[in-house]
Structures are given as C-alpha cells and as structure tokens.
Design a protein around this ligand. Structure first.
Ligand SMILES: Nc1nc2c(ncn2[C@@H]2O[C@H](COP(=O)(O)OP(=O)(O)OP(=O)(O)O)[C@@H](O)[C@H]2O)c(=O)[nH]1
Ligand SMILES: [Mg+2]
Length: 469
C-alpha cells in the first residue's frame, strides 16, 4: 500500500519528459483549444530545461478516481514511455492530480509524475532569487508535499543527484514524520511574516515620500520585464521563458511629464495557478495591492490573449483586487511589432477609442498599444500615466523673484511644470504649474509670501507677468 518505499524501477532520464494534456473539448466546456493548452504546458516544461520527447492531448470523458485516465489509456501511455528513446523519467500531466492518482500513475509508469501544480512549483523553485522568493516557494512546496506525501521531484534533486528540496535529505524527509513537515511549515510562515512586516515598513516609508507606485502585472511572458526595462533603463531579466521574473523588482524612475514614480515588476500569472501558490506569493504581490496604478501588460500578438486576460483578472481577484478597487488601471497592449501592419493599425485605433470612454478600472481600463522592443507607443503610455496621476491637479501660476530659488526647486520637485515665462525684470518669472490639492496646500504653508493663483485669465496673466498689453 505504501508506494513511498517503492522507487520507480525503470531508470528513465530525468532530463526527458513526456507531456500529456487531458482534453475535455468534446465535453464542450474548455475556453481554449487543446493544442494551445498543450503548447503552453510544453513551454512550461521546457522552462525548466527538460527535453520534451513526446507531447500529446488525451481525450477524456470522465475521471477515474484511482488513476485519472482509464486503464487502457494508462497502458497506452506506459507503452509510449517504454518505446521512447531515450526513456523519459518524467511524465507531465497538465491537470491537478489527487495524491492517490499521482502515486498510482507513478507506479504504473515507473516514472516521476508532475502535475500542473508540481510543474509550476518546479519553475518557481528554479527562478526564486531572493530570500523572500525562496521562502515563498519552499512554503508552497512543503504545503503541496504535505497534502500528498508523495516524493517530489525537484531540479535540485536532479542537479545534486539525490539532494531534495531545501537541500535537505529530500525524499527521506518527506517520508519522515508529518510533524517535522508541519514544524518546518510553521517556521517558514513565521519567517515570511517577518519579511512581510519589513515590507510593510518599507511601504510605509515610501508612502511618506510623495511618489506614486506603478505596478506591472500580467500573464507570464507578456513582456512586463521588457517594458520595465524600457521605462527605467534597468537591466532586469527579460527572457523568452515562462516565469523569468519571480521576485518583485522596484525602481524609482523619472517618467516624462509625471516626475518621480516607483515602478514595480512582478511575477507573471498563469491560468490554473493553484490557490496555495497565490497565497504563498501574497507577500510580494502586496506591492500590487498598494499600487496607485496597475499596468496590465498583455501580449496582444498571442492568439490566447483574451483568455490570458481573464486569467489575470481571476488571479487579481484572488488577491482581493476587483473592479471596485482604488487602483487605476491601464492595459498595455504589448508586442504590437509582431502584428501585421493592418492589425497594428487596428490595435492602435481600438486602444485610442477604448481610452476615450474608459474609467481606468479593471473592467474599463485606459488602453495603450506599445512595443516594449521598439519603444513604439511609449509616449502614449507615459501620457496615460501622466493623465491618471495628475487628473485632479489644478493649474496655478506663481510669480517668482531672484530670491525664490527654494520655491522654484520645490515646484519642480512636486509639480508638473507647464510653462516658465520670463518677465521683463532680471530674475523674475511666472511659472505655470499643475499641482495636486495637497501639494498646493503644502506650498501655501511653506512659502506664505508667494501667491498661488489659479484660473487666471489671459489678461491678468499678462499683468502678472508684467507685460504691457
Ligand atoms: N517582439 C516583441 N517581443 C517582446 C516584446 N516585449 C517582450 N518581448 C519578448 O517576450 C518575451 C518575454 O518577455 P519578458 O519581458 O521576460 O516577459 P515577462 O512578462 O516579464 O515574463 P515573466 O517574468 O516570465 O512573467 C521575451 O522574449 C521578450 O524579448 C515586444 O514588444 N515585442
Ligand atoms: Mg518578467
């Protein structure tokens, strides 16, 4: 009964995998076609450096509690594994298997089985860079293992030849007392809580700085890091890999027209992201909750971009972000360089049209069509950000003299300078600047001797600037 003591007998290569996508399309309820789903899971498998020897969709009409697939299918796939050369040591099944199905399939095929959750965990395990990222992945991994007490195959195990996840004794550890696992989980949770507290403090500090926070979210591979790089000039990893970015990266940037803002790149989302995993990443994704603006980056050249959009909305929903949330939303239709000239034209027009009626919410976002690669459309995106951040700004005019250097610097730092008009007198000028209500209040109390004038008509502006009519 206890398969844990029964290692696979066939010595398949742990670098090679067969990928299986259970296909329900005949039941008529899938939102995506099976072949695109299969492509995605092949991409995920390749993302951890595995060679895919075979990839197939398997039509299903019902699920067997013991083996997921019917007996005939299990046997058929078993033969496929046996006949493959090199013999694959891994079978990826693109669904969530129950612990029993998982174990039985491993035994039947004498190979390691990775279901969708395990596969995504493997990718995350490989990508995590920071302490926090690793903690989160470890936690997700242990939670997954505890739920099934099945041996987990990890890339660490693969690389170190037997060392398991966390660099511990691996499989033996899983076989050990559940209480050990539970203890580890508790400790990880405590450590993560500490990280979370530190982050909250950092956020509070940022809040005191007057800079808006802009967070990039989107389906994995949509081009978030590429756009982040375009916007910041930073060398953040952008790769044609799923989940190239796992840890959030933040940068202060000076955006044209907007001034200083904090830009945050985040982990990509994917369909069927297990709830556990979403929870594990909550700590880092809290940046998203705190953002003033969300840039929802979409690969508009992808045939599945609409389904991906819905997946992203559903993950955001699990994080507590919905259409009523305070974050303002811009959809960034990325990769327009990959569209035909006609489609590109349509995308740009549609984006502009949508934006006209947009409420800047999740369901009614502003839209910007761009190419992170060529930089096309970026000005429009900056314009949209500027619009959102400054829409409650009022235009003021301030007359400054030679002694008002401090006020001048303050306005440049906190306002959106529209125009500077030199008056006739040396060192005197009128600055037209857009300020938020809050900034205007601060200016008035800080520079009480200067007057901030709003709604100045042409005539009084001329008078103010000392021009002769
Ligand atoms: N042609 C084209 N390719 C792009 C563009 N933007 C990104 N890419 C490519 O798309 C792939 C994914 O880009 P990333 O920036 O890593 O995507 P990401 O959303 O950060 O991905 P994850 O971090 O994995 O979630 C890379 O190969 C990029 O070079 C674009 O505007 N045009
Ligand atoms: Mg990325």
């Amino acid at each position: 009964m206890d398969f844990l003591d029964e290692p696979p007998k066939r010595e398949g290569s742990l670098h090679h995998a067969i990928v299986i996508h259970p296909d329900w399309s005949r039941a008529g309820t899938v939102s995506r076609t099976a072949s695109q789903r299969l492509d995605e899971v092949v991409g995920l498998t390749a993302a951890i450096g595995l060679k895919v020897t075979d990839a197939l969709g398997v039509g299903l009409q019902d699920i067997r509690p013991a083996t997921y697939f019917g007996t005939g299918k299990v046997k058929e796939i078993g033969e496929l594994i046996d006949n493959a050369d090199p013999s694959p040591g891994l079978v990826v099944v693109n669904t969530q298997l129950t612990p029993v199905q998982h174990r039985n399939l491993e035994r039947a095929w004498q190979a390691k089985v990775l279901d969708r959750t395990a596969l995504i965990l493997e990718i995350f395990g490989e990508r995590a860079q920071t302490k926090e990222g690793r903690l989160q992945v470890d936690l997700a991994h242990l939670t997954y293992q505890r739920s099934r007490l099945v041996r987990s195959w990890t890339h660490l195990e693969r690389q170190r030849g037997g060392a398991g996840f966390l660099g511990g004794p691996g499989e033996r550890q899983i076989e050990a007392d559940r209480r050990v696992l539970a203890g580890k989980i508790d400790r990880l949770k405590a450590q993560l809580e500490q990280v979370r507290r530190t982050r909250t403090l950092q956020r509070a500090k940022r809040k005191r700085a007057p800079h808006p926070v802009i967070a990039l979210v989107g389906y994995t591979n949509a081009g978030k890091s590429s756009l982040f790089n375009r916007m910041t000039g930073a060398g953040v990893t952008a790769q044609d890999l799923l989940f190239a970015t796992l840890d959030p990266t933040m940068r202060a940037v000076d955006l044209p027209g907007v001034g200083r803002a904090i830009l945050s790149d985040t982990v990509g989302f994917i369909s069927d992201l297990p709830t556990d995993l979403v929870a594990a990443f909550r700590a880092t994704l809290e940046e998203v909750l705190e953002a003033d603006i969300l840039l929802h980056v979409r690969d508009i050249s992808h045939s599945e971009h609409e389904a991906q959009r819905l997946d992203v909305l559903s993950v955001l929903g699990e994080l507590g972000i919905d259409e009523d949330s305070p974050q303002q939303v811009i959809e960034v239709w990325n990769k327009i360089d990959l569209l035909s000239p006609d489609d590109q034209h349509t995308a740009v027009l549609t984006a502009a049209h949508r934006s006209t009626f947009a409420e800047a919410t999740l369901l009614s976002p502003l839209v910007s069509a761009v190419s992170a690669h060529s930089g096309e459309g970026l000005e429009g995106l900056f314009g949209a950000i500027d619009h959102l951040l400054t829409q409650d700004y009022t235009l003021f005019h301030v007359r400054l003299g030679p002694a008002d250097g401090a006020a001048d610097a303050w306005l440049h730092a906190h306002g959106d300078i529209r125009e500077i008009v030199e008056t006739g007198e040396v060192g005197h000028r009128v600055i037209s600047v857009r300020l938020s209500e809050k900034s205007a209040g601060q200016f008035r109390s800080r520079f009480a001797g200067l007057s901030l004038a709003s709604k100045v008509d042409d005539e009084s502006f001329t008078a103010m600037a000392g021009f002769r009519a």
